[in-house]
Design a protein around this ligand. Structure first.
Ligand code: TYM
Length: 325
């Protein structure tokens, strides 16, 4: 079984990214053939600073290592270093209806957010993502809920291509985590946690203990005092319960019981302690890896080599099927 997923190098990883995706990846590397990508070509579809891109890529590679990805057990590499992603995007563009792209939720949201730069790359983002996935004959794509629609488009394009040119691609399945598919903002628990949208509602993977305490204490809760999971009526406390459960490994029902006669403040104190203790090893390891840039860059280079072999073999077949050879 082959697993593929990716993250944009747009700055520090947050616990939403970690719980929604990387945490699953770490488990998969033990039992499947895994390929994980730092998707820099996706990152440049929204405004960014070219001088910071390389730094962000390196930071993301370090975050992958810190979170537990092992280059001996999985492949990880930078998207732009395997040119086949771009070539396949062009071919898939020729079979992808524009109407499919226009209805993508992320495109609509980002178009509102970045009114000044609604570029063709932003519209084409899901086709590049489909290429990432299909290039490696992927079976499973572990992502957060916001990416489900994009993976479904990858399935549609695989089917369309196979029908038109003969069986070429596997149809990938999306895999959402059982809990944590959408970690919400601490400031607005009806919106997903996102660093670019609101940094105060977001906890970075390398956040300091002081910032963790401040952000959790300021996290929006709901009327009433009861610690109970109800995502419709009590989205704030439900989100905090989800985060607690995923870091402590305790089921939500058990947490509700433990905090039955206690208030929000006590629950928040416990969550702060848990987060500080859970993220402390990440911060330590990041610091250590920041001084080993050559080692990290070598891992990416080796990853590119391995990914390129798989990509080249798929593309040889694709070019033949399309009639270009
Ligand atoms: P990106 O960088 O926006 O998000 C990376 C991963 O984090 C998940 N995620 C969340 N999960 C739970 N709660 C949240 N608040 C939250 N915020 C983000 C996302 O669902 C994603 O899994 N387009 C992709 C990157 C990509 C990709 C691919 C993924 C490019 N090509 C091929 C899989 C396969 C993205 O949104 O990245």
């Amino acid at each position: 079984m082959r697993v593929f997923s990716g993250i944009r190098p747009t700055g520090e990883l947050h616990i939403g990214n970690y719980l929604g995706s990387i945490k699953q990846w770490v488990e998969f590397q033990e039992k499947a053939e895994c390929i994980f990508c730092i998707v820099d070509l996706h990152a440049i579809t929204t405004p960014y600073n070219p001088r910071e891109l390389q730094k962000n890529i390196l930071e993301m590679a370090i975050a992958y290592l810190v979170a537990g990805l092992d280059p001996e057990k999985c492949i990880f590499f930078v998207q732009s270093t395997v040119k086949e992603h771009l070539e396949l995007t062009w071919f898939l563009n020729t079979i992808c209806p524009i109407s499919e792209l226009n209805r993508m939720t992320q495109f609509k949201e980002k178009s509102k957010q970045f009114k000044e730069s609604i570029n063709a790359g932003l519209l084409d983002y899901p086709v590049l993502m489909a290429s990432d996935i299909l290039l490696y004959q992927t079976d499973l794509v572990p992502v957060g809920k916001d990416q489900k629609q994009h993976v479904e488009l990858a399935r549609t394009l695989a089917r369309k291509f196979n029908r038109k040119f003969g069986k070429t691609f596997k149809e990938p399945q999306v895999l959402l985590p059982k809990i944590g598919e959408k970690i919400m903002s601490l400031q607005n628990p009806r919106k997903k946690m996102s660093k670019t949208d609101d940094p105060k509602g977001c906890i970075g993977l390398f956040e300091t203990p002081e910032a963790i305490e401040e952000k959790i204490m300021a996290a929006v809760t709901d009327p009433g005092k009861i610690i109970k999971y109800d995502s419709m009526k009590k989205p704030g406390i439900s989100n905090l319960l989800t985060i607690h459960s995923l870091f402590s490994g305790k089921p939500i029902k058990g947490l509700e019981k433990n905090f039955r006669n206690k208030g929000y403040k006590e629950f928040k104190k416990s969550l702060i302690k848990l987060l500080i203790n859970s993220l402390e090893p990440f911060r330590k390891k990041r610091k250590e890896l920041l001084s080993r840039e050559v080692y990290v860059r070598e891992i990416l280079k080796q990853g590119t080599k391995k990914a390129q072999m798989v990509a080249a073999s798929t593309m040889e077949n694709v070019r033949k099927k399309i009639g270009l050879v």
